[in-house]
Each structure stands twice: as C-alpha cells, then as structure tokens.
Design a protein around this ligand. Structure first.
Ligand SMILES: Cc1cc2nc3c(=O)[nH]c(=O)nc-3n(C[C@H](O)[C@H](O)[C@H](O)COP(=O)(O)O)c2cc1C
Ligand code: SF4
Ligand code: SF4
Length: 371
C-alpha cells in the first residue's frame, strides 16, 4: 500500500533486486476495489510493504488482505517511514503470523515525511536525497533476503541492526531488544487510537477550497475509495468519508493544491468532542450511582465504560456532523472561510516517478516465485 509513492518506490526497488537474482516478482498495489492477493499463497516469499501511519500499520492493509492465507510460506515486511518504525513492524509481523506465514525478516527505510495535512513537506533537494537513501536501503534489504530463505537469520540480523526492528527473536543484542520494546509499548496505543478514531478525525478536517475545479482526480486516486464527488454545479466538490486511511495522497496530488486542513472544521469537531466527553462523565456517574456498585468494582467498570463510550460517540460524530458541515461549506462565503488554512502555504510532495494509482505503473506489488 502506498499514499504518495514512497512505498511504491521501495517495493519497486525490492522487486528489481529480486528479479535481478532470478526471482519472478508479481507486484500488486493494496488498494480498495483492486484485486488483492487471496486464498492460499502459492509463491516462495510474500513481501508486505506499507507506509507507517501514526506508529502502526494502515488499517486498510488488514482488510484488503483478509482473504489471504500463508499456509506456512515465508514472508518479509518492509515499511517506509518519515522517522521510525515504532510498532509497525511488530504489528505487521504479528498480522502475517496470524495469517499462517513464517515471518523471516522485517525492515524498512526512512523516506520523505508526507503528512502535508499537518506539516510542510521537505524541500525538493532533501526529499530527493532522502528518497535515494531509502531506495538504497530497500535494495540492501532485498539482497539480504534474496539469496535463499535459509539466510533468514542474516536478513533478520540486518534488519535488527539497522532499525531495531522485530523479526523472530534470536541473535539480537540487548540494546536492540530494549529499543524495540520501548517503541512497541509506546507505539501500540497510538496506532490503535489512530486506526480507531484518529484517522476519522483527520479525514473530517479535509476541505476543498475555492480553487477546486471538481476534476475528480482526488476521488479517483484515493486508495481507500474514501472520497465521493458531491454537490451540484458551482458547489460540486469532494467529500471525505470515514474510510480514509490518512495516507495524504489526495492533499499531495490535487493538481491545483486545493485540498486543505480546515481549522474551522477542527474547531467544530473539537467542541463536539469536549461536549461528548463531559456528557459521558455525567451520564456514567449517574449510572454507577444508580447501579450501587462497590468502589473496587465501580472504578474499573467506570473507566472501561467511559473509554468505550467516548470512542463510540467520537466515531459517530464523524458520520453525523459531516452532512451538516458539507452543506454549510456549499454556501457562498462560508466555503472560502472553511477552506482557509495554514496548509495553503505548503508545497506538495509525492515520490519521484509516482503519478498515482501505483497499480497502473511499473511498480506492482508482491508475491515472489523463484525460477
Ligand atoms: C497520517 C500520517 C501519519 C504518519 N505517521 C508516521 C509515524 O508515526 N512515524 C513515521 O516515522 N512516519 C510517519 N508518517 C510518514 C510516512 O510513514 C512516510 O512519509 C512514508 O514514507 C509515506 O509513504 P507513502 O508515500 O508510500 O505513503 C506518517 C504519514 C502520515 C500521512
Ligand atoms: S480537490 Fe483537487 S483533485 Fe479533488 S476535485 Fe478538486 S481540484 Fe480535483
Ligand atoms: S481520502 Fe485522501 S488521505 Fe484519505 S485515504 Fe483517500 S487519498 Fe488517502
């Protein structure tokens, strides 16, 4: 899966190295609506590549691969990130193991940070050099795993030494294990919160400003099919749905740089969330008093109920509020105000050579079979 093409580049580099060593490589972009690998895996090595999103694996990876079974086949994981792997490699390895794969190595590489929804991308020269280094890392990883899967130990040591990554557990130094444990412990809650609520919140911030030409490219390109073109005539524009993964392809690839993060939208959602939290506290307080639970039972029950209620209500608000905000945005004057944002001054960034829908390009993903 790729948002802005970094992972597509890494997967293409891995694919080239494996092909040069005599492997037949079948690359498939993990994207909603595209054919994804399913059934029993028939190749020799399954390579899973994805961008790290909020310390973890994108939620969509799990859903599009739900029909795939490893049946004991070897698999490796290669992630791309802007800063660090945190919990993502551990999560991905666990996911593949549960699907019946034998995970022989995990690794990844730093590429340009693509979270343009919040932060300005790096300048072109730094992005280029970072991309070159990322590509080189992906090639080194492919070389470490390519000789034979019997060399898995070597690949594992390579991955662990470079990234403090998780592979299978032996041959690691204590410092690597500590780094790994810290990043997993810290990363898991963030990754969980992001995939449960965070990505809905971020999708709810997107707004197309008045420069939008309603070309529909963002809706066509979205790997999660999370954008629909809605509204009529002058007010026709993209509307974001909760399927959004937060990959930032739309904001980075809109030809007119018309997609922004809206502070007005952020304020509305924040206010609604604060109100929901206060109401949850009052409601649960009353309920626990009514139930007459002893304190040692009521405190944990109260905390669990509170977290569940807030998560549920927060998710609900993204569906319930969206039609109202979208309708308000369609009103002349309000659209300009809602679309006004700090991101309007940012450049946009996607990987060199990546023109969207990775499946159309030279890079397609995964499943290797040795000749
Ligand atoms: C919403 C979002 C969250 C991200 N979270 C992280 C993160 O937690 N750690 C990190 O190192 N990089 C993070 N990144 C950066 C991406 O992982 C990185 O830029 C990646 O190479 C993008 O690959 P792609 O172009 O294939 O989507 C994040 C990017 C986005 C858009
Ligand atoms: S936001 Fe950009 S890509 Fe989407 S329809 Fe408008 S101009 Fe086209
Ligand atoms: S809506 Fe934008 S950020 Fe969300 S998944 Fe689609 S392209 Fe990515």
């Amino acid at each position: 899966m790729t948002g802005t093409g970094n992972t597509w580049r890494a997967a293409a580099a891995i694919s080239e190295e494996l092909s040069a060593k005599g492997w037949t490589v079948n690359m498939v972009e993990l994207r909603k609506g595209a054919e994804s690998p399913k059934g029993d895996f028939a190749g020799d090595l399954f390579v899973l590549s994805f961008p790290v999103l909020a310390f973890g694996i994108p939620a969509m990876v799990r859903t599009v691969l739900r029909g795939l079974r490893g049946r004991g086949s070897d698999a490796v994981v290669f992630a791309t990130w802007g800063g660090a792997a945190t919990a993502s490699l551990w999560q991905a390895a666990g996911f593949l193991r549960r699907k019946g794969f034998r995970v022989v190595a995990t690794g990844g590489a730093a590429y340009p940070f693509n979270w343009t929804q919040m932060l300005a991308p790096s300048d072109a020269a730094s992005s280029r050099s970072m991309t070159r280094e990322g590509d080189a890392e992906a090639r080194r990883f492919a070389n470490a795993v390519s000789g034979s899967t019997a060399r898995a130990g070597e690949a594992r040591r390579f991955a662990d030494a470079v990234h403090g990554a998780v592979a299978g557990g032996h041959g690691e130094k204590a410092s690597v294990r500590r780094t790994r444990a810290a990043s997993i412990i810290g990363g898991v809650p963030v990754a969980w919160l992001y995939s449960t609520i965070g990505r809905f919140g971020l999708a709810a911030l997107f707004a197309a400003d008045e420069r939008c030409t309603a070309c529909g490219a963002c809706a066509r390109e979205c790997p999660a099919r999370a954008i629909v073109m809605a509204g009529k005539g002058e007010s026709r524009r993209p509307q974001w749905r909760t399927r959004c993964q937060g990959c930032n392809r739309c904001i980075n690839m809109c030809p007119g740089a018309a997609i922004q993060s809206s502070p007005v939208r952020a304020s509305v959602h924040l206010t609604v969330n604060v109100v929901l939290i206060v109401l949850s506290v009052i409601g649960l307080n009353r309920l626990s008093a009514l139930a007459g639970l002893p304190p040692y039972l009521s405190i944990p029950a109260w905390i669990v109920a509170f977290v569940l209620l807030v998560v549920y209500l927060s998710r609900l608000q993204f569906t319930a509020l969206e039609p109202l905000l979208f309708a308000l945005e369609g009103m002349p004057g309000l659209r300009k105000r809602i679309g006004r944002s700090w991101t309007a001054g940012f450049g946009r960034n996607s990987a060199e050579g990546f023109t969207g829908r990775a499946g159309k390009q030279a890079g397609k993903k995964i499943s290797g079979r040795r000749r």
